[in-house]
Design a binder for this molecule. Structure first.
Ligand SMILES: NC(=O)c1ccc[n+]([C@@H]2O[C@H](COP(=O)([O-])OP(=O)(O)OC[C@H]3O[C@@H](n4cnc5c(N)ncnc54)[C@H](OP(=O)(O)O)[C@@H]3O)[C@@H](O)[C@H]2O)c1
Length: 176
């Protein structure tokens, strides 16, 4: 199974604009690119904070065959949203989440943030590729791409300027 971390960041490495939750700040080019990527994935994971910013969209997609896992230390608080095998809330560690997706026979797994979930999957060595959109913005403050210390080495696979924009998508493989 391939595990891909997909993220948009400002040039100075923030995934949120200051204290604003969500990704409304991202360019329309990136948002269209992100939407075009998602059908390639049959499982995805995000943190509870990110989930809350996209909850309505996800609840509307619960029956589309994609397995969505939400990391939270309080899964029971979300039992009304849960749909086993489609939308699961879990307090499992990243390695267990990953193993459960492998065991379910899924082939493409997307790690969709936020920073805490990036930390958990990168620290566990579970990310195969990173697809990052560099947005032509500088924020100076916000949620960083990662919050923990890492020393992850990457190999550039592809660089693409998104159509009619100043946004660049960089695709990296994580070196082992
Ligand atoms: N620019 C982008 O591409 C992009 C992508 C994704 C997200 N974002 C933005 O980033 C922000 C959220 O990032 P974030 O780092 O604050 O939060 P996050 O990673 O989305 O979620 C953090 C939550 O994950 C849960 N969690 C953390 N460690 C855990 C563990 N070991 N086991 C189980 N659950 C655990 C906790 O939920 P509980 O408190 O419920 O226990 C924690 O509050 C949002 O504003 C979102 O829109 C941007």
């Amino acid at each position: 199974m391939r595990t891909v971390l997909i993220v948009a960041q400002s040039l100075d490495g923030f995934i949120t604009r200051h204290d604003d939750a969500g990704t409304a700040w991202a360019s329309s080019a990136d948002q269209a690119w992100f939407r075009s990527c998602l059908p390639r994935f049959d499982a995805l994971v995000m943190g509870r904070t990110t989930y809350e910013t996209v909850r309505d969209v996800i609840l509307a997609k619960r029956d589309d065959g994609v397995h969505r896992l939400i990391m939270t230390r309080s899964p029971e608080a979300w039992k009304d949203d849960a749909a086993p095998g489609a939308l699961d809330f879990t307090a499992a560690i990243a390695a267990e989440v990953h193993a459960s997706v492998v065991a379910a026979g899924r082939s493409n797994f997307a790690v969709l943030g936020g920073a805490h979930v990036h930390d958990l999957f990168l620290a566990a060595g579970l990310v195969d590729e990173i697809w990052v959109t560099i947005e032509p913005r500088i924020f100076g403050a916000g949620t960083p791409l990662v919050q923990a210390r890492h020393d992850v080495k990457l190999t550039l696979l592809e660089q693409t300027r998104l159509d009619d924009s100043d946004s660049v998508v960089l695709r990296y493989a994580v070196s082992r």
